[in-house]
Design a protein around this ligand. Structure first.
Ligand SMILES: [Zn+2]
Length: 284
């Protein structure tokens, strides 16, 4: 893009947290009326938002009670979609929000899978990339109906469908090869969610810049729900490709050295003791 057309865009996702939640079957409900205290926060101001999803999925997979887990998460972070959309119903003066907890958990699981792939790509972790991608020979018919063999990469996606990509480049570097294939898959996944991101111009924030002595406009990217917000955040980290993701705590950090893997010395120690415990378990 020509530098003439580049400008920074503010991202925004205001979320509402109502603490008063209860269950009706598999649905978590909250009701809101005039006296309800509502906390509002912007998801883009919370770097621990993605790690909280990863933790939720980890605990769910470990067999913790899904109802209690979701209730705790929602009490802290709010509903998946804010009220004012299709998940809400108005009854008299009350607004009800409903959330299918298993829908939420499935959605979170598929996000975590994409997150792990993004982590493997930007952390340049070949072992992890090979968990997602398999490269094999395949026979294909060319335009003259001649059979030829070429390499393809195979992805196992979350519904266990195999997605194949032709390998267009044959870099000598195996890490490069896997990173390019992984990135093509991740770009497809992100693209599915970015069409729900709205680009808008905030009329309320047309101001007069004191220093510049000119009109200042405020373009903003807004997301419909938390899931789109997660993918927009993932897209930013993926496209920037400067930061790293800590394999232990999932914090996003700017590495001071290229070979830095963990965000802090305490995470480095945790990883060391995890490796030690895994080795010990293998010996028994
Ligand atoms: Zn960490």
């Amino acid at each position: 893009m020509h530098e003439l057309f580049s400008f920074p865009i503010r991202c925004e996702r205001k979320n509402y947290v109502l603490k008063d939640v209860f269950y009706e079957g598999r649905y978590l409900i909250n009701k809101n009326h005039k006296d309800t205290k509502i906390e509002i926060y912007d998801v883009f101001d919370k770097p621990d938002f993605i790690p909280s999803i990863v933790e939720l999925v980890k605990r769910y997979r470990a067999g913790e009670n899904p109802f209690k887990l979701v209730e705790k998460w929602v009490t802290e972070w709010g509903f998946w979609k804010s009220w004012g959309n299709f998940e809400t119903e108005t009854k008299g003066d009350y607004i009800y929000s409903k959330l299918d907890i298993f829908d939420l958990l499935i959605t979170c699981e598929s996000f975590c899978r994409d997150w792990e792939l993004c982590k493997a790509i930007i952390n340049q972790d070949l072992d992890q990339l090979q968990r997602f991608i398999r490269i094999e020979e395949a026979e294909v018919n060319d335009e003259n109906k001649c059979k030829s063999s070429h390499k393809i990469s195979v992805f196992q996606d979350e519904v266990n469908q195999e997605i194949t990509y032709d390998i267009l480049h044959f870099p000598d570097d195996i890490l490069k090869e896997y990173s390019i294939i992984g990135s093509r898959y991740l770009a497809d996944r992100i693209d599915m969610f970015l069409d729900k991101v709205n680009f808008a111009l905030d009329k309320g924030v047309i101001t007069w810049g004191k220093e510049t002595n000119k009109i200042q406009l405020s373009p903003v990217l807004r997301t419909e729900g938390l899931f789109e917000t997660l993918y927009l955040q993932l897209f930013m980290i993926f496209s920037e490709n400067e930061k790293k993701i800590c394999p232990v705590c999932n914090d996003i950090f700017s590495p001071t050295r290229r070979d830095k893997i963990y965000c802090s010395s305490s995470c480095k120690l945790t990883a060391k003791s995890q490796r030690y415990r895994a080795r010990k378990a293998n010996l028994i």
